[in-house]
Design a protein around this ligand. Structure first.
Ligand SMILES: NC(=O)c1ccc[n+]([C@@H]2O[C@H](COP(=O)([O-])OP(=O)(O)OC[C@H]3O[C@@H](n4cnc5c(N)ncnc54)[C@H](O)[C@@H]3O)[C@@H](O)[C@H]2O)c1
Length: 436
């Protein structure tokens, strides 16, 4: 099949590459000329595990191409997939200007029947809006399908190739059949392609992300409560997670959720509900708790240094909003760095993949280490904000030698509290007692 993907970010590039992998002829379009140039030179512009292999293979096979021209995109694909940004607008709603802008362009350029597929996360009613915008410009026949994407950054290729389910929101039999044909190779083991109306499909994505954000936030509140009553959240987590109604995943407490999806999607669903006079109380609380949780380590760091952080050198391990990605959008690390800088501390950071993105944001306001131990050299404390695997079993002797004080503030509960006490560290984590 001939596919055009408009928007070649984390979702669009993975979508385009994986669709090429099953034999489709894919053209990826982006307005970012530099990004397109990099890809035309055979380089992947983002860090996403295993993407490079598929990317190279499909370029070589001539199934994956790149362009900045939407005209070319419309000439090429029978299916036009939109993987465009839907960032948070000033009032918390999803900014639809990218989607509706491209929809208008499609309307002016469309020459024959196309299925326009919305893979971006969009509020209920967007498929109808996209249809309206296109229809204003043309009489050519087309269908709009809502096909929300559930891939996780860091596991995106695997998630796309082996999805737990595919959601197709469509009222057109013709478009639905085409979408089923497109996704059939990805669900050979029997995972479902679930067909529903466009509005339900759009809401499914928001409901799923908001539920997961709520689950994380609930555990963060349990952790905060544990600290006040001397319970250990790790034990509570395991105890709860073995109940199959609850499940083991998404129960790890920490310094809040971040990333390009949960924060904006929770806010957008809250705002959508507000727009129809429904106050989504639970999401209001989730937003509020998460805002505080992102900074939960700051008062502890201040207390340790007698409320004076000026001139203190803080090492930060982990900058990406989660491991296995270079994405720093809404990363809790950034909130902490801002707060620490504001209090006069100097910051030296290390992350296996996200350093270039952080450098682009902070420049010389902070310093960048060559490795995880280099970051801790002569630092007064170590703060951990992303649970990359390489941080899980560090050389504690080397750490003690490097640090001016044997103190770690761990926002991801990487180490055992008893072990840290034995190693002689002051160790503060989430929802557990402090060591020393
Ligand atoms: N990142 C995720 O893990 C993830 C997962 C599921 C769903 N989503 C949703 O998918 C959508 C895309 O997310 P993303 O993370 O891939 O975004 P992104 O910011 O990484 O990529 C968007 C791309 O669109 C391009 N673009 C912007 N305007 C354009 C235009 N007019 N024409 C062509 N290209 C244009 C940008 O240059 C960029 O490369 C969002 O709605 C997001 O909520 C994201």
């Amino acid at each position: 099949m001939k596919i055009t993907v408009v928007g070649t970010g984390y979702v669009g590039l993975v979508t385009g590459t994986c669709l090429a992998e099953t034999g489709n002829d894919v053209l990826c379009i982006d307005i970012d000329e530099n990004k397109i140039k990099i890809m035309q030179q055979g380089k992947v512009p983002i860090y996403e595990p295993h993407l490079d292999l598929l990317f190279e293979r499909n370029i070589k096979a001539g199934r994956l191409k790149f362009s900045t021209s939407l005209d070319e995109g419309l000439d090429h694909g029978n299916i036009i997939m939109l993987a465009l940004p839907t960032p948070e607008d000033e009032d918390g709603s999803a900014d639809l200007s990218y989607i509706l802008g491209v929809a208008k362009d499609i309307g002016t350029k469309i020459k024959d029947y196309k299925v326009i597929v919305d893979k971006s996360t969009v509020p209920v009613g967007t498929a109808d809006l996209v249809s309206e915008v296109i229809s204003k410009e043309t009489n050519v026949d087309f269908d709009v399908v809502s096909n929300p994407e559930f891939l996780r950054e860091g596991f995106a290729v695997d998630d796309f190739l082996k999805p737990e389910r595919i959601i197709i929101g469509s009222s057109s039999e013709r478009a639905t059949k085409l979408m089923q044909k497109l996704y059939k190779p990805f669900v050979r083991s029997g995972n479902p392609i679930i067909i529903m109306d466009e509005r339900s499909a759009e809401l499914t994505k928001y409901a799923a992300n908001s539920f997961l954000a709520t689950k994380i936030t609930f555990m963060n509140e349990i952790a905060n409560f544990c600290e006040r009553v001397g319970a250990d959240v790790d034990k509570v987590r395991v105890g709860m997670g073995t109940d199959s109604r609850i499940g083991k995943r998404f129960l790890f407490p920490g310094i809040g959720y971040g990333g390009s999806c949960f924060p904006k999607d929770v806010k957008a669903l809250y705002k959508s509900a507000n727009d129809v006079d429904y106050k989504f109380h639970i999401l209001d609380a989730v937003i509020e708790v998460n805002d505080v949780q992102k900074r939960v380590l700051i008062p502890r760091i201040e207390k340790y240094f007698n409320n004076d952080l000026s001139g203190k050198r803080i090492a930060v391990w982990g900058l990406a909003f989660k491991p296995e990605t270079d994405d720093i959008r809404e990363a809790p690390s950034l909130y902490m760095i801002d707060d620490l800088l504001e209090r006069g501390a100097s910051i030296r950071v290390f992350d296996p993949e996200a350093m270039p993105n952080v450098k682009a944001k902070y420049g010389d306001k902070i310093s960048y280490a060559d490795g995880m131990y280099d970051a801790t050299l002569n630092a007064d404390a170590l703060v951990i904000s992303t649970e990359w695997s390489i941080f899980r079993t560090p050389d504690f002797i080397r750490l003690k030698e490097n640090l001016n004080n044997s103190v770690i503030f761990d926002g991801r509960n990487l180490y055992d509290v008893e072990d840290m006490a034995q190693e002689g560290f002051h160790y503060s984590s989430i929802g557990r007692k402090e060591a020393n």
